[in-house]
Design a protein. Structure first.
Length: 142
């Protein structure tokens, strides 16, 4: 797993959970500069969700040689569009995509955190794309 967490209570609990379940955690960066990410989900009366996503550690993933080695040796790289919210994490993803044998793109469109150009680039790099119905209609409109 490649990600970043804050050096905080949530980050500590998350890392403990990941390690306890046998997930490789050596490429999870821990930072004092940002908190562990939390997403506030709000449902309207029709059940449609909106998302409040503050800047957090996962927006600041720095590329390391160890990440490159992990991705080169993995069967696939699974990623979503939210990693592209910040240029640092976006550039890390772009580098890892080039090292991966098989790219799986799970869109996870969360307005306003995506652009047509970035989505088109990621879809072109993907070997497999996972859409939900709303995402499919959104992308089909491009």
């Amino acid at each position: 797993m490649v990600s970043a967490i804050g050096n905080d209570v949530l980050g500590t609990k998350l890392l403990e959970y990941i390690q306890a379940n046998g997930v490789e955690a050596s490429c999870i960066q821990v930072t004092n500069a940002y908190n562990t990410g939390v997403v506030q989900v709000n449902l309207n009366k029709n059940g449609s969700a909106t998302y409040d996503i503050a800047t957090s550690a996962w927006d600041k993933i720095s590329l390391t040689k160890e990440m490159g080695n992990l991705v080169k040796n993995a069967d696939a790289l699974v990623f979503g569009s939210l990693v592209t919210r910040d240029n640092l994490s976006k550039n890390t993803l772009y580098n890892l995509i080039e090292l991966s044998k098989y790219n799986i793109f799970d869109l996870n469109l969360r307005p306003p955190h995506y652009s047509k150009d970035i989505l088109m680039y990621l879809m072109q790099k993907a070997d497999f794309i996972k859409f939900n119905d709303d995402e499919l209609y959104e992308v089909a409109g491009f």
